[in-house]
Every structure is written in structure tokens, then in C-alpha cells.
Design a protein around this ligand. Structure first.
Ligand code: NAP
Length: 491
């Protein structure tokens, strides 16, 4: 593609913005230095507050990987540009990345996926230009895991109505801010009707408020399939945490891979911008790293602070550099022509003020949904109707049922069914499920009671006498609707 040599305007906000810069591990310091040089040359009015996180901090014994000084800096600035953080294997506690997302409630992970000039992939020429909005703090990533028996592990998939509502509203707001028109909500609501279904229901409830956006629901596995066979059909996709994690990496692969993938983590009080790639220790300190992903993330940051002019200038200089294909880093350059991080950075700086043939969107400020406006629906009628008791045993289902019925005789409960890994095994159904030592035994209250908790306490006392239970779930109804699902085969 040719390059037009129009100049970009240089109207920046009159005030300095302070940003916490975490260079991070491995190639982090090199790509951070490159980006800071480009921003300074572009005249962006940014003051950096340098802070640390990652491997060195873990080595000093700080289990979160993030020292208090860094947390204080972020609390002050509300803005972070972050290099990759190594997750040490064998020492350290949690991931420092997850710590930062959780501490500052950065609930939206935004991953634009756009075909870049000069980066050839099997999908080049298809016009891929989409954004994935991933819920960033709930779902399986709450990290609530338990061993139920020595051989059965469980992870809690926690999805809330306000958590779904704020991410969906943000996805609609982003669709409008980028003058896009289609929003796909991708879920697995066909199987997980309560958790994934929550996001689908909220999506359907709020979508009429956004008349300019066409809403569509898509099953997540079909979405993954469609992303590969016809990615150009997508504008914006919103998904729960785990699904969003997977499809955003898949989508990055369509346009050149993680090395050029950008991201923003946004919350009500802070926002953190980072490249998707990791610390690439094999090439660290060798002037080989490509700073494109962090630079594109920085462009997102400039738009977030409403410096649209600087964002445009830096983005266009990068696109001109990629289009012309001169002085590209080895990972994307034609074979044998690659240069180092420093030479690439200087090429981008030299191209500041030039405009590529690759147009930018007409970005508008993103109107973030405000937390108090998020609705939490409270039921008027809240009943307890039964109890699921998870029991560890090697007994056969018939023997387990007989021993449970023997101890609950005369209580307020009846034993309705027993299941193993989700399929009813008592009363027996057709088929031959493989049995493990973890059974869920469903007890229903025989009649409504004014004191279900006392009845439950009694029931557990009776069961404890001869059985090993490890987990209880109340069966509840909200405004007459069951708040639990049936086992496979249960009526
Ligand atoms: P990685 O660091 O992304 O590196 C994988 C390979 O991708 C590198 O070896 C390199 O390939 C290439 N690469 C990545 N970024 C590049 C860049 N900017 N320029 C040129 N080439 C680049 O993935 P990983 O090896 O799985 O992870 C390493 C560490 O990073 C781990 O500790 C992981 O936990 C951490 N990590 C952190 C984050 C984060 O902070 N957000 C994200 C992912 C991983 P070649 O070797 O072929 O040159």
C-alpha cells in the first residue's frame, strides 16, 4: 500500500496527565522505553510515575507481586501503562496481573482486533476490524476452588447480575463510541442456563435502550467457529471471562498474533493498558522486542484520556511504518530484513505527522456506565424448598439411598434423587454412568415451613451420624422460580 504524506494536527490537551508506568519483566523495560520515547517525540503531555511489579517483587517476598508503593501510585493516578509481568513458577503467590485487575476492579477487558498493514496472515484482505469486550473479574476467575474429595476438584463459576449488567452496558457504550452498529453477546446459556444465562438475560433486558445498535445472541462455540470462517462479520463481541479469554486470543491470531495484540483493562476508578504478550525471556535485553503491541495499547490509553489528537498521530505513524515495511523488527519483517527495537522506534518517530491509507475510526469519548445505575433485582418472595448434600462414599447408589432414607425418617425432608457428576443415578435411569466417590443427594422439604434453617440443621445432624458430607447447597425459589437446575434425567 502507498502512503500519503498528509500531516496530522497537533492539538493536545493543555494539561499534563500523570500515568503510572510499570515496565515489568523480560522485554518489558525495552518496549516501555520505546513507547515513552515515541510519546515524548509526539508531544503527548504525559508525566510518568515509574513503579514496579512482577518477578523482582515476588523475589523480595511480596506474595501479591505488587508493592504498596505501586498500589498507592495507581490509586493516585487512576491510569497505568504496564509491561508484561512474569508469573514465577515455584515461588510467589498469585499472578501480579490478576492482583492489579482485582484490586482496582478493572472489570472490562477490551481487545481490539484489526488487520494491520504490512502484517500478512492467512486472513489478510478480509477487513477484520472487531473488538472483544471480556468480563474481567467474575466467572471461573474468582479463583474459588475446592477439592471435594481427594480425587474430585471443583471451581465455582460465579456470575452476578450487576457484574453482567455493567460489562454489557460498557459493550453497548463502546459500540456507540466507535460508531459501530452490531453487538454480539456470546454465551454458553444453552448449557449453563443460570450463569451464562444471566449474561444473556441481562443483554436482552438492556438492549432496547441502545436503539442504534443491533443486538444478537450467539452460542460461544458457534462464535469461535464464525470467527475463523467469517471474522469480517463481527463488530463488537461481549462475553463472560473464560469465554472472552479464549476467543480474544483466537481473534488475535487472525491478525498477526499476540506480538501485535493490544488491550485495556477498565474499571470505574482506574484503567490499565498493556500488551497481550508476555515477558518473552528468550529475547529479553537483546534489542529484539517488537513494541507494537504496547504502542497500540498506549494509543487506546490516549483515547481513554480523551487525547484523540495524540492517539491519532501515534497510531498513524505506526501504521505508516508497518505499511512501508522499512525498519521492522524481526518477528514481522520480511526474512533477513529485521532491525532492533531501537531502530524500529526511531522509524516510528521519523514518521510522526504522516498519515497512512489505513483510516482511523471516528472515536468518541466512551461513556462509562456508572455503578449506582446498575440494577440489582431483589425478589419479593424468597423460599427455601430443599437442600443438596454432597456426600463422599464408595457405596452403590441404591445402598447410599437406603442408608440416607433410614436416617431421615420422621424429618421434614424426603430424598428426591441422587446424582453423580450431574447425572441421576438413583432412582436408576437407563444407561451406565461411570461413578466417582462424590454424590449429590437432593432432599426436598415435604411441606412449606417457617423455619427451614432449623430443619436443615437437624437434617445435617442426622446425615452426619453415618455419612461423610463436604458441601451443602440450599435449594431456593425466587418469586416462584426455581433457583437451581435439575440433574440430567431428573424430573
Ligand atoms: P510470551 O512472553 O508472550 O512469549 C512467547 C514468544 O512470543 C516469545 O518467545 C517471542 O517469540 C514472541 N514474542 C512475544 N512478545 C514479543 C514481542 N513484543 N516482540 C517479539 N516477539 C515477541 O509468552 P510466554 O513465553 O508463554 O510467557 C513468558 C512469561 O510472560 C511468563 O512468565 C508468563 O506468565 C508471562 N506473561 C505475562 C503476561 C502479562 O503480563 N500480561 C501475559 C502473558 C504471559 P520468539 O522466541 O520466537 O522470538
Amino acid at each position: 500500500m502507498d502512503v500519503l504524506s498528509k500531516s496530522v494536527g497537533t492539538v493536545f490537551p493543555a494539561t499534563q496527565t500523570t500515568i503510572t508506568a510499570i515496565a515489568g519483566d523480560g522485554i518489558g523495560p525495552e518496549v516501555m522505553r520505546a513507547v515513552q520515547r515515541i510519546l515524548a517525540a509526539a508531544g503527548a503531555m504525559i508525566t510518568w510515575e515509574e513503579a514496579e511489579a512482577g518477578a523482582e517483587v515476588f523475589r523480595r517476598g511480596i506474595a501479591s507481586g505488587v508493592p504498596q508503593d505501586t498500589l498507592d501510585s495507581i490509586a493516585r493516578t487512576g491510569l497505568v501503562l504496564k509491561g508484561p509481568l512474569e508469573t514465577p513458577v515455584g515461588f510467589g503467590g498469585k499472578s501480579a496481573n490478576v492482583t492489579l485487575r482485582k484490586f482496582f476492579e478493572l472489570y472490562a477487558n477490551i481487545r481490539p482486533v484489526r488487520e494491520l498493514p504490512g502484517i500478512t496472515t492467512p486472513f489478510s484482505g478480509r477487513g477484520i476490524d472487531l473488538v472483544i469486550v471480556r468480563e474481567n473479574v467474575e466467572d471461573l476467575y474468582t479463583g474459588i476452588e475446592h477439592m471435594q474429595t481427594a480425587g474430585a476438584a471443583q471451581c465455582l463459576k460465579l456470575i452476578t447480575e450487576p457484574g453482567s449488567e455493567r460489562i454489557i452496558r460498557l459493550a453497548f457504550a463502546l459500540t456507540q463510541a466507535e460508531a459501530r452498529s452490531r453487538l454480539v453477546c456470546a454465551t454458553k446459556a444453552n448449557i449453563m442456563k443460570m450463569t451464562e444465562g444471566m449474561m444473556k438475560r441481562v443483554f436482552e433486558r438492556v438492549s432496547p435502550e441502545y436503539a442504534s445498535v443491533t443486538p444478537t445472541h450467539m452460542i460461544i462455540d458457534n462464535c469461535a467457529h464464525q470467527l475463523v470462517i467469517a471474522p469480517e462479520q463481527f463488530d463488537v463481541i461481549v462475553a463472560t471471562n473464560m469465554n472472552g479469554d479464549i476467543i480474544s486470543d483466537l481473534a488475535a491470531g487472525l491478525v498477526g498474533g499476540l506480538g501485535v495484540a493490544q488491550s485495556a483493562n477498565i474499571g470505574d476508578s482506574a484503567a490499565m493498558f498493556e500488551a497481550v504478550h508476555g515477558s518473552a525471556p528468550q529475547i529479553a535485553g537483546k534489542d529484539l522486542a517488537n513494541p507494537t503491541a504496547l504502542l497500540l495499547s498506549t494509543v487506546m490509553m490516549l483515547r481513554h484520556i480523551r487525547d484523540f489528537t495524540a492517539a491519532e498521530k501515534v497510531e498513524q505513524a505506526l501504521l505508516v511504518t508497518l505499511e512501508e515495511g522499512r525498519n521492522l523488527t524481526g518477528d514481522v519483517a520480511p526474512k533477513g530484513t529485521g532491525v532492533g527495537t531501537t531502530a524500529f522506534t526511531e522509524q516510528v518517530i521519523a514518521n510522526l505527522g504522516r498519515v497512512s491509507r489505513y483510516p482511523s475510526r471516528q472515536y468518541q469519548p466512551l461513556q462509562m456506565p456508572v455503578w449506582p445505575d446498575v440494577v440489582w433485582h431483589r425478589p419479593t418472595l424468597h423460599e427455601t424448598v430443599g437442600l443438596d448434600v454432597f456426600v463422599e462414599t464408595d457405596a452403590a447408589p441404591e445402598a447410599l439411598a437406603a442408608s440416607l432414607q433410614a436416617v431421615i425418617g420422621g424429618s421434614a425432608f424426603t430424598l428426591k434423587m441422587i446424582e453423580n457428576r450431574g447425572a441421576q443415578v438413583w432412582p436408576a435411569r437407563t444407561g451406565k454412568p461411570f461413578l466417582v466417590d462424590l454424590f449429590r443427594c437432593r432432599f426436598m422439604l415435604s411441606a412449606p415451613t417457617g423455619n427451614a434453617d432449623a430443619e436443615i440443621a437437624q437434617l445435617i445432624g442426622r446425615i452426619s451420624a453415618g455419612h461423610h458430607w463436604m458441601h451443602l447447597e440450599k435449594l431456593q425459589r425466587f418469586d416462584g422460580v426455581d433457583g437451581y437446575t435439575l440433574a440430567q434425567g431428573e424430573n
